[in-house]
Write a protein that binds this ligand. Structure first.
Ligand code: TEU
Ligand code: CA
Length: 528
């Protein structure tokens, strides 16, 4: 919705944000204690990854009770304190809704297992014969239940049975639950793999399923209509075109996460573990395509990273000194100069990097399963580990590095997942004291976005589209023009654009004719 178009969203992965009761696990009170920091950063909306009751097979994306809070994070009262305090500081809080599946420990599934006559049986997806669909987390997507002599469908872990959205009673029960969270005062939702609710498993149509728009409209009519709600749907399997159409109708979601620009460093069709070097021209084409498609209708989300994706600096920039800071600034500039809603993933704001661990230290179910799967397939150990270092989800889940103390100030005891040893020189406190830090740069960038409408409204023109090293574009309205110039590489490169007469809004450099490694500048011009 129009009113949300200047908002900036910050994603919190509660497990890894801040531990205040010394059990090595991040908690709600830890989040509340850092709200001033988030407000001062210039964000508007906090997206909380799931904190509901859960056996944590997939770190909370396996919900066993949508109404209760997992005690490892605190209580529902703690959550309400977080919400109220955030509101006092002018911040919104959106919850993560996992509606494609529940935990197998959810009471609905426990009831369903009692037999075909049970009213909850039809809340899930069953078959007498498994098809060849595989789970995102390895193996078949069908799990046999001997006493029912049937298989249930789980696109993710075996502990995440998929819900049957074609059942109207299930849908009503979900809507009721969503309205409960809205009644409590929450400001909106991030909807996990929401494209999947439109699937037809028996026709083998999953991500681009036929019922999506129908259910989204029903959800809108029953929960969101007439309320001020911020909604973003995660849609890993949907085309850009359909994402654009869904965000054009006023009766669905404000925006979606679409992943075309994310999948460019993997061999198409072979999944995320078969690595490929990213081609800047391909990235330009994809982002340009998005910007053009969303020029007149729809609304896009601007993100490099989240709790499933590797750290942006390690993946697209350069985590090595002396390049880390400049490349982090360059990545923010390149993406947040575009049209859409910026998303920052915790730690990205001061350039946290990925990690390399011995296999037994990984905690993510996907990583543990793929290690076994690739072993069985005969991949050499070194290749498996290289793929995990590059793409494993624990890269972005290591604890927040607040300072250089033991455990990075995240906790006073051994955390649930290793802290990156580089917290000694990469941490929030250190970066915030540095006038050339990433934080201070990002704060200015976010302020500029609020100040100049051209960032929200301007048309997007890609320049130098065949240049394999520089990413250059302009944004224009009849009144203003900004020119964004970025060097994607670690080499010095001559600037092909004449910039001598332009004002500078933001830069990480002092020289603008020879562009230093990871150079980034936003130039500005009034047009009359
Ligand atoms: O992720 C959905 C998804 O398809 C991917 O991002 C996936 O997790 C990853 O690419 C695997 O390679 C969402 C959540 O963000 C993720 O954390 C959950 O594990 C998943 O749904 C299941 O709920
Ligand atoms: Ca804790």
């Amino acid at each position: 919705m129009e009113k949300n178009r200047k908002a900036v969203v910050y994603q919190i992965y509660p497990l890894s944000f801040k531990d205040t009761n010394h059990d090595g696990i991040g908690d709600l009170n830890g989040i509340t204690s850092e709200l001033d920091y988030l407000r001062d950063l210039g964000i508007d909306v906090i997206w909380l990854s799931p904190v509901y009751q859960s056996p944590m097979d997939d770190n909370g994306y396996d919900i066993s009770d949508y109404y209760q809070i997992n005690p490892m994070f605190g209580s529902k009262a703690d959550l309400m304190v977080l919400l109220t305090t955030a509101h006092q500081k002018g911040l919104k809080v959106i919850m993560d809704l996992v509606l494609n599946h529940t935990s197998d420990e959810h009471v609905w599934f426990k009831e369903a297992l009692k037999g075909k006559d049970n009213p909850y049986y039809d809340y899930y997806i069953w078959s007498e014969k498994p098809s060849d669909i595989t789970s995102v987390f390895s193996g078949s997507a069908w799990q046999f239940v001997p006493h029912l002599n049937e298989y249930y469908f789980h696109l993710f872990s075996v502990k995440q049975p998929d819900l049957n959205w074609q059942n109207p009673r299930l849908r009503q029960e979900i809507y009721q639950m969503i309205n409960h969270w809205l009644d409590l005062g929450f400001d909106g939702f991030r909807l996990d793999v929401i494209d999947l609710i439109g699937k037809d498993v028996h026709q083998k149509q999953l991500a681009d399923g036929p019922y999506l728009e129908t259910y989204l409209e029903e959800l809108y009519e029953t929960c969101f209509k007439g309320k001020e709600v911020f909604t973003v749907g995660e849609m890993p399997g949907i085309s850009l075109k359909r994402a654009n159409e869904i965000t054009t109708t006023q009766k669905a979601l404000d925006m979606v996460f679409q992943f075309d620009h994310i999948a460019l460093d993997e061999v198409q069709g072979q999944g995320k573990w078969v690595l490929k070097k990213l081609d800047l021209i391909a990235l330009k084409q994809t982002l340009n395509h998005t910007q053009q498609l969303f020029k007149h209708q729809g609304w896009a989300s601007l993100f490099w990273s989240n709790h499933d994706q590797p750290r942006a600096v390690s993946r697209y920039g350069n985590p090595k000194e002396p390049y880390r800071k400049d490349s982090a600034k360059m990545l923010f500039t390149l993406l947040f100069g575009m049209k859409g809603t910026p998303y920052i993933y915790q730690g990205e704001e001061f350039g946290m990097t990925g990690i390399q661990l011995p296999i037994e230290d990984y905690r993510d179910i996907e990583t543990k399963n793929i290690y076994q799967e690739l072993k069985t397939k005969g991949w050499p150990e070194a290749d498996i580990m290289n793929s995990i270092y590059a793409k494993g989800r624990d890269n972005s889940r290591t604890p927040m590095q607040w300072n250089d103390s033991a455990y990075g100030g995240f906790s006073t005891v051994t955390p649930w997942l290793k802290v990156n040893p580089n917290h000694i020189w990469i941490n929030r406190d250190l970066d915030s004291k540095d006038p050339n830090g990433i934080l201070s740069y990002l704060k200015t960038l976010l302020k500029l976005r609020k100040q100049y409408d051209v960032f929200t409204d301007g048309d997007f023109h890609l320049l130098e589209d065949q240049n394999p090293n520089l990413f250059i574009y302009e944004r224009t309205t009849p009144k203003e023009r900004v020119l964004v110039v970025c060097n994607w590489t670690s080499a010095n490169i001559e600037n092909p654009i004449k910039v001598d007469n332009l004002d500078i809004l933001l830069t990480n450099a002092s020289e603008h004719n020879t562009l230093k490694p990871y150079y980034a500048t936003i130039f500005y011009e009034k047009r009359d």
